[in-house]
Design a protein around this ligand. Structure first.
Ligand SMILES: Cc1cc2nc3c(=O)[nH]c(=O)nc-3n(C[C@H](O)[C@H](O)[C@H](O)COP(=O)(O)OP(=O)(O)OC[C@H]3O[C@@H](n4cnc5c(N)ncnc54)[C@H](O)[C@@H]3O)c2cc1C
Length: 396
């Protein structure tokens, strides 16, 4: 008998597991993969996400694994205009941005969950919830040899990503589906100079470059969704052509010799909020709220949700099922309050409202690093677009 079963052991699941286990909650953390394991996702972690790792005592280990510090962002909305400033600070005032490989970050979280006392089962797939009197009271799994087993718990936490099988199995309704507007592909190359994070945008497209583990840079190209089929047919050519067009200063480094991995990506950039809590179950991370990756908020959001669940659940688990359902409902209300701005600004960027449309504003703030940093806060979901526009207006 566990207190909670968590399905999915990456940013949302492993961090929830470690925070609960540290408070003495009996946790089963299950994933169908075996860590270290990669996943299709780039790695930008805004200061608020890094601040969570710091407060959980994991930042030093991540830096020691060779994750480079990113202390400035250069945003180029037009060839002759580069806005460079420090990232917008997290609530604790820190401005550090990181871009850890998911193989390293997710492994660090799983190891920390294990060290905290969670039972971690890798290579096991969630099959279905166990129900009793209309309430989830456990889950059935299957291991890689086809052996089925069931475990009981007071709460099932679905952190199994945007195609969540837990969400389907508990019948979580889609409450908002705002569409799918983009696609992104990325690869890794060594030898690029360290210029912090670089973002080049134009005509609805974007090129990003940032330093990550192993002395490599991740270089990403984002296109509008209508280009997805065409891009996929000749990925290499389209990728390099787009870098040449938007970021010619980077293109020269993207040689076969410097390349350290093949180009991968995704056309699933759905912006969707699911019903996220019910009797004996709760969803977190992408399983609950999926967003276009254009604003790179998913990992930090997952951390924030893990912290919220860890703040609310231990007392509720001790008090019984009704208190658990109240706690998960309160978690969802807080998540929606804190995450509303990030969801709306992501939609604005994903539909072209955050880049080209802001051209005149970008020119006005070229020499105002504090306003540039505030714009990075919009991008990170920490500042509302209206608040930024008002600050620009007030600055004349
Ligand atoms: C191309 C792309 C680029 C991105 N770039 C960024 C970025 O730069 N910054 C950022 O913050 N976010 C980015 N994101 C978003 C980010 O990847 C997600 O928000 C984040 O991974 C969500 O974490 P999660 O733990 O909720 O889910 P996931 O990371 O999707 O993990 C879900 C886990 O559940 C497991 N699982 C699934 N089904 C089962 C099952 N039936 N049984 C057992 N286990 C199961 C999976 O194996 C997986 O390990 C990007 C996404 C994409 C697609």
């Amino acid at each position: 008998m566990y207190d909670v079963i968590i399905v999915g052991a990456r940013c949302a699941g492993a961090s929830t597991a470690l925070l609960l286990a540290r408070q003495g909650v009996r946790v089963l953390l299950a994933d169908r993969v075996v860590f270290p394991s990669d996943t299709v996702s780039t790695h930008l972690l805004h200061p608020a996400g890094v601040a969570h790792l710091r407060s959980w005592g994991l930042l030093d280990a991540l830096l020691a694994s060779g994750c480079p510090k990113i202390e400035s962002i250069a945003f180029q909305p037009a060839p002759e205009l580069t806005l460079r400033a420090a990232p917008y600070p997290a609530a604790d005032g820190s401005t550090l941005v990181l871009a850890p490989r998911r193989t390293k970050l997710d492994l660090l979280l799983v190891e920390a969950a294990t060290a905290a006392g969670a039972t971690v089962r890798e290579g096991v797939s969630f099959q279905r919830p166990v129900w009793q009197d209309g309430r989830v009271v456990g889950a059935e799994f299957r291991d890689r040899d086809g052996r089925a087993f069931a475990e009981q718990a007071a709460l099932l936490i679905g952190t199994d990503g945007r195609n969540s099988e837990v969400a389907k199995a508990v019948g979580a309704q889609v409450l908002r589906d705002e569409g799918n507007f983009g696609c992104q592909y990325y690869g890794y190359w060594s030898g690029l100079p360290d210029n912090g994070a670089q973002v080049f945008v134009g005509q609805g497209k974007a090129v990003l470059a940032f330093p990550t583990h192993d002395g490599s840079h991740l270089v990403l190209v984002g296109w509008p969704r209508e280009r997805f089929e065409e891009v996929k047919r000749d990925l290499e050519r389209h990728f390099l052509d787009e870098v040449e067009a938007l970021a010619p200063e980077i293109r020269g480094y993207l040689t076969e010799e410097n390349r350290t991995a093949r180009i991968v990506g995704s056309g699933d950039m759905a912006n969707r909020i699911r019903e996220s809590a019910g009797p004996g179950w709760v969803l977190a991370g992408d399983a609950a709220v999926a967003k276009d990756a254009v604003t790179a908020q998913g990992i930090g959001d997952a951390f924030a949700q893990a912290q919220s669940l860890a703040d609310l659940l231990p007392a509720a688990l001790a008090a019984g099922p009704a208190a658990v359902d109240e706690a998960t409902a309160a978690h969802v209300i807080g998540r929606d309050r804190d995450g509303a701005n990030g969801f709306e600004t992501t939609l604005a960027f994903a539909t072209g409202g955050g880049g080209d449309a802001l051209g005149p504003i970008f020119r006005a703030i070229e020499d105002r690093p504090e306003l540039i940093s505030m714009f990075f806060g919009v991008y990170a979901g920490r500042v509302a677009m209206g608040e930024f526009a008002a600050a620009v207006g007030a600055a004349g």
